[in-house]
Design a protein around this ligand. Structure first.
Ligand code: D41
Length: 680
């Protein structure tokens, strides 16, 4: 027998934990620190372990998963789960809206409920007397798989509905998906362990729901948004609050939200079909900013009575359609692989593809990264491959279509010497990348070094683009960054396709670029793994260039963010003969002021740690960082107990939540601007 005191405490704990879960996972507004939550959960689990009869089906402790299953059982849906028709253009949408209008005859304007189309898996959740008793995949619409154990572990799905205004039986439908951040973390973890990872969040969600061991599913960070109601049953003798079951689809979703079921925040009620295209455009534009993957939008006639009049054809309703985005994945053929040599000698295999229209652009090249990536894909020349281009990211080869492989597919062979300068190639221990050892002897590395030297964030030479650098090197007019400053008007004007005006521009641009700042000069040298931030840190620590040149590895590691590898890269750079020669030439030609240390009263933010997150609209993040640092502040990338201020721009995400949990002071962008102005 369980003790009455414990039985009461278990109920209290259920309520408290359910409430915190709802705040955290559904409303995205955590109300207590994580430690407080953990303490409550541990207390609950310890009572349940001591007195197993107090471990109930709807206990929040069930979110961690239980015994593994041998196989999934089948579930016949009480009401079949319909599928959705698609449209792909505004014309097709107009045709859909017209069919709806014509069928309904009435002249009334038809409201539409607009939803993003989540790229996950449709599931049904059955609540009996408010308790989640069964979850099933859509399957073929009539019969799905029983995935109750796995679904119980999904943090945002309530095991018990909130309040008491719900029917005896309520079956809701929605989409289970994996948020982008969880997907990226999962794949990063898999790759680290040498495993394959998933091609996209949808596959990751499907793979997680198909786990027989719910403890694994529990670790996968799945999420859920409700999109409809499947079945409702209420004993006729009992009545619910009269507002139960609204006659608007949109308001039904809102109603489900009050029961604790998560509703996608982007869902919107549209006054009529003319608003559909702008919702579609808006969601398309916001796509990359959303925390979850979508492949389009869904529009549903909002009025339930009209939905019933329209009915359905075959297995899809006449009152709803998906309006999908252009495909982001396509099939094409790998024609050949070229090898490109980068600034640091890294040799990158580049796939030459049969041109293909994907994600809104024509793609004919894609990087294959390195040998490991080629092995991971198991790709050969002439293979048919799946190309993915999502948002503005560079196109990727995601998989090989082995079923299409033919006899004339051949292995991709890496070069045994540099394809540009024929120098030996090496693969450093523990690295996947093959490198040319030619250094600045290698034409490719020379070109890339000079492009980097003159690029926007480095010396920002006006009038000197990548193409011109290549031409200058190819025509043997320059070999090193220092040679740039020796170019004469005459040299330049004799070049092909070079007018007088462009020649003037270049010479003027070079003259101006001679005067720079110490951080920019260090960055411009293109030392491996010394980016803008590291360059600025080096400048601030050493104050002048001579001190950096002679610093040993131990001293270099005293600089913030400089570890053993970067320190070694720096000392090696300054030991190489050609670098010594070029650098001393540059020191004669160029100039920059040393860094002047500010006195304590000029560093009003000394010892204050800031973290920046979200989009800053009045200044760039780098600019804000530089200004804070100039006032003596430390700007860090992650929130911890040592953080003094979080500056939260637009669309701040998990860092904001964490800062709130830790009680870190939050500043808006306006607060930051005001703070900086104070010291100007
Ligand atoms: O976001 C989705 N993937 C989504 C899917 C959605 N927002 N609404 C949907 N509505 C329906 C109907 C209209 C049939 C209730 C759906 C789906 N169906 C659906 N998902 C997979 C098959 C059908």
């Amino acid at each position: 027998m369980s003790s009455p005191a414990n039985a009461i405490r278990v109920q209290e704990l259920h309520q408290e934990i359910n409430h915190l879960n709802h705040q955290y996972y559904v409303l995205d507004k955590p109300s207590v620190p994580d430690a407080e939550y953990d303490r409550l959960m541990r207390e609950l689990i310890s009572i349940e372990t001591a007195e197993p009869e107090l471990k109930l089906l709807d206990s929040p402790s069930q979110k961690v998963g239980g015994q593994a299953l041998k196989s999934f059982t089948q579930v016949t849906h009480q009401v079949p789960m319909l599928s959705l028709d698609n449209v792909f253009s505004n014309d097709e949408w107009q045709a859909f809206a017209k069919r709806v209008q014509d069928r309904l005859v009435s002249k009334e304007t038809i409201k539409y409920c607009a939803e993003p189309k989540l790229d996950g898996l449709a599931v049904s959740l059955r609540y009996e007397n408010g308790i989640l008793v069964q979850a099933a995949t859509r399957g073929d619409g009539a019969v799905g798989e029983n995935i109750t154990e796995n679904v119980r572990t999904i943090k945002s799905i309530p095991l018990k509905l909130m309040g008491d205004n719900y029917p005896d039986i309520l079956e809701v439908r929605g989409e289970v998906f994996m948020p982008k951040a969880s997907f990226n973390a999962l794949n990063a973890h898999a790759l680290k362990k040498g495993e394959k990872g998933f091609a996209n969040p949808r596959n990751a969600a499907a793979g997680s729901l198909r786990q027989l061991d719910s403890k694994i599913a529990a670790k996968r960070n799945l999420a859920f948004y409700v999109y409809g109601i499947g079945y409702v049953e209420q004993a006729s003798s009992q009545t619910l609050g009269k507002e139960w079951l609204e006659n608007s689809h949109y308001h039904r979703l809102c109603q489900l939200k009050t029961l604790g079921l998560p509703m996608c925040p982007e869902v919107k009620l549209l006054a009529d079909s003319s608003e559909v295209d702008s919702f579609y455009q808006y969601i398309m534009q916001e796509r990359d900013n959303l925390s979850y993957e979508i492949d389009g939008t869904v529009f549903k006639v909002d009025d339930i009575a009209l939905q019933q009049k329209l009915g359905f054809v075959a297995r899809a309703p006449r009152w709803a359609t998906a309006y999908k985005f252009p495909a982001q994945e396509e099939t094409t053929q790998l024609l050949d692989v070229d090898f490109q040599v980068g600034r640091t000698g890294a040799i990158t295999p580049v796939a030459r593809l049969h041109p293909i229209f994907v994600g809104g652009v024509t793609v004919s090249n894609a990087t294959l990264h390195n040998q490991d990536e080629i092995d991971r894909l198991g790709i050969k020349i002439n293979d048919f491959v799946t190309i993915r281009r999502a948002g503005d990211v560079i196109p990727q080869i995601v998989s090989v279509q082995l079923q299409k492989r033919t006899e004339d597919c051949r292995d991709i062979l890496f070069p045994t010497s540099c394809p540009v300068c024929d120098s030996a190639v090496v693969k450093a221990e523990g690295e996947a990348i093959l490198r040319c050892t030619g250094g600045l002897y290698c034409g490719a590395q020379r070109k890339e070094a000079i492009k980097h030297f003159s690029s926007r964030k480095a010396l920002d030479v006006d009038g000197l683009g990548d193409k011109l650098v290549e031409q200058l090197v190819d025509e043997n007019l320059i070999k090193t960054p220092a040679d740039l400053f020796k170019l004469t008007e005459l040299d330049v004007s004799t070049m092909e396709r070079m007018g007088k005006k462009s020649a003037d521009n270049l010479i003027n641009g070079l003259a101006k670029a001679k005067v720079t700042t110490l951080p920019k000069f260090i960055y411009a040298l293109g030392i491996r793994e010394v980016g803008e931030t590291t360059a600025a840190n080096l400048a601030n620590y050493f104050l002048n260039f001579s001190a950096i040149k002679v610093a040993d590895e131990e001293l270099l590691q005293k600089v913030p963010d400089v570890g053993a590898i970067v320190a070694k890269n720096i000392t090696q750079f300054f030991q190489q003969d050609h670098n010594i020669a070029v650098v001393s030439e540059l020191e004669l030609i160029m100039s920059w002021p040393d860094i002047v240390v500010k006195s304590a009263d000029e560093q009003p933010l000394k010892d204050q740690t800031f973290v920046l997150t979200g989009t800053l609209t009045q200044m760039g993040r780098n600019e804000a960082k530089a200004e804070l640092q100039a006032l003596g502040a430390k700007v860090s990338g992650s929130i911890s107990v040592k953080t003094h201020f979080l500056v939260a721009g637009e669309k701040a995400g998990s860092k904001l939540t964490k800062a709130q949990n830790l009680g870190v002071e939050i500043l808006t962008e306006d607060d930051l601007v005001a703070l900086l102005l104070q010291y100007k």
